[in-house]
Design a protein around this ligand. Structure first.
Ligand SMILES: Cc1cc2nc3c(=O)[nH]c(=O)nc-3n(C[C@H](O)[C@H](O)[C@H](O)COP(=O)(O)OP(=O)(O)OC[C@H]3O[C@@H](n4cnc5c(N)ncnc54)[C@H](O)[C@@H]3O)c2cc1C
Length: 487
């Protein structure tokens, strides 16, 4: 079973090999009843003896296969049902983001889904769910109509705006703390058959040349994004060590409008060397821009309210050759746009609090090698250090964190290293409690942060989340996550 999961022969490829620990047992669930039985087993036989419960959806995180844990694996719980008349889609808990795109394409409908097709719907949605459509239609949770889930006592409950409303609020951003979702119901929206999208590649030479440097490109991109209409879903990829800066341009609207829009703004960010813009299918091309890939990955990320000059400079500094992660690694920083419909919700409308953030800065590192070899460990250490360095440099400008990236763990040992709230230091918890990491631009409550425990995922919503956790998971069975203590 473990080898099948690792190799992907059971239908869900393990995207991040580095996230695979050695669990004690795996329950291969194919139905809500299977999940219910597995959860009840964990509550009775594992949790009281210190064996942690993990939930594995798309297996993109470092928290789904902890060493020595009992894993509730959802690879066998896939399925998508489109209801065209009602304008919604039912998504089984183990489905992948790409499954939604494939099923909805024929109807000319779509809903916000992650940027990488192989990411699991389960982990992505309960954390909030960012994607190309968010500025226009909101995050995935803003389109969530209902969930069916297994809670800590093994019971199966339905939550929506009419029943179990507290749980429905909590599951929209509260992560895997409240149970295992076996079915999501999500609103659909019409999306044109072809939209205008592609990449523009910049050579960030700077130093008096015709081509601006990285910081200038990042600043210009952020200014254009902040002022742009909701249809513009463009992000920026910044490669370290002399690599290019790539605008990933996507316009969610009629193709001609997109063509005009990007032509009008063409040189506002810089002077691209290459441009492959054209009409493309949102579902089958744009949602597949990121390679399906698979390998050894480490990720960190912060949410920032604006790209100030100082932040752009800090970011530019991190990606110079002198500060690079070194050979046999492949690292980059994505600057992804938020705002639009995301910011038209209030922080307390759902459990996801970071509505005023305008950019999600995602730091991704990859390395080659076979786990367990000295080369692997050495490259991994360089990548983790690089991700940490970038994160430390930009965190002072941030207002918080998105949950479930690699940073709450080390090397496949989530069960040993993910701290629950009690295990964190009081300073770490204060960051979670206060909801404000501090913003160097405004000098408000600056707090230097390092990679690891200090994370502001829930902001001011933490007290309410704790109360709901107490009601649905009083013994903290689901604790391999950005954990919320039941209080
Ligand atoms: C390459 C990559 C790209 C990403 N892109 C995006 C993006 O575009 N937008 C975005 O919002 N995020 C993105 N993320 C972050 C992503 O949302 C999280 O890593 C998420 O946890 C992945 O979900 P998963 O099911 O694949 O992960 P898993 O590792 O399988 O699960 C992670 C955690 O999610 C919870 N979980 C999983 N399934 C369920 C379920 N059915 N019910 C309840 N809890 C569950 C559990 O707590 C579990 O420990 C990306 C991550 C990676 C690695």
């Amino acid at each position: 079973m473990y080898d099948e999961i690792r190799s992907g022969s059971n239908g869900t490829k393990t995207w991040n090999v580095d996230g695979m620990g050695k669990p004690a047992a795996i329950a291969a669930c194919q139905s809500a009843a299977d999940v219910s039985a597995a959860v009840a087993f964990c509550a009775r036989h594992c949790h009281p003896h210190g064996v942690r419960t993990c939930v594995a959806g798309g297996r993109h995180s470092h928290q789904c296969m902890a060493n020595g844990s009992f894993v509730i694996d959802l690879s066998g719980l896939k399925g998508i049902t489109v209801n065209e008349e009602e304008g919604h889609v039912d998504v089984m808990g183990g489905s992948l983001q790409g499954d939604i795109d494939e099923a909805t394409e024929a109807y000319g409908l779509a809903t916000t889904a992650g940027h990488v097709a192989s990411t699991g719907c389960g982990g992505l949605i309960v954390q909030g769910g960012h994607g190309y459509l968010e500025r226009k239609f909101g995050m995935v949770i803003d389109n969530l109509l209902q969930v069916e889930m297994v809670v800590a006592d093994g019971g199966i409950v339905v939550a929506d705006e009419e029943q179990n409303t507290d749980l429905f609020w909590a599951i929209r951003g509260g992560g895997g703390n409240f149970g295992v979702v076996v079915r999501f119901r999500i609103r659909l929206h019409p999306v044109p058959g072809k939209i205008y999208a592609g990449q523009r590649i910049h050579a960030p030479l700077g130093a008096g040349s015709w081509f601006p440097d990285r910081a200038t490109l990042v600043r210009a991109f952020s200014r254009v994004t902040a002022e742009s209409e909701d249809d513009n879903a463009t992000g920026l990829l910044v490669m370290p060590c002399g690599g290019p800066v790539i605008e990933n341009l996507v316009y969610i609207g009629p193709m001609e409008d997109g063509e005009q829009y990007f032509a009008k703004h063409k040189n506002e960010v810089g002077y691209p060397l290459l441009d492959n813009m054209k009409g493309r299918s949102y579902h089958l091309d744009v949602q597949r821009f990121a390679p399906a890939g698979g390998g050894n990955f480490y990720m960190a990320g912060v949410l920032v309210p604006k790209m100030s000059d100082r932040l752009a400079e800090a970011l530019g500094h991190c990606v110079t050759s002198a500060n690079g992660p070194g050979r046999k690694t492949n690292c980059l920083v994505f600057v992804l746009p938020m705002g639009g419909a995301v910011s038209r919700k209030m922080p307390e409308d759902t459990a996801y609090p970071h509505r005023t953030s305008l950019l999600w800065v995602l730091i991704q590192g990859e390395w080659i090698g076979d786990p367990g070899t000295p080369e692997y460990e050495e490259r991994r250490a360089r990548v983790v250090a690089w991700c940490g360095m970038v994160k430390e440099n930009i965190t002072p400008f941030s207002i918080g964190h998105y949950g479930v990236l690699s940073e709450v763990d080390t090397h496949g040992n989530a069960g040993e290293n993910v701290k629950d709230e009690k295990e964190r230091t009081s300073a770490e918890n204060a960051v979670n409690d206060g909801g404000a990491v501090g913003n160097r631009d405004t000098n408000a409550g600056f707090c230097a942060m390092t990679l690891g425990g200090k994370r502001n995922v829930y902001g001011p919503n933490l007290p309410r989340l704790r109360g709901i956790k107490k009601r649905y998971d009083p013994d903290n069975l689901f604790n391999v996550n950005d954990n919320i203590l039941p209080e």
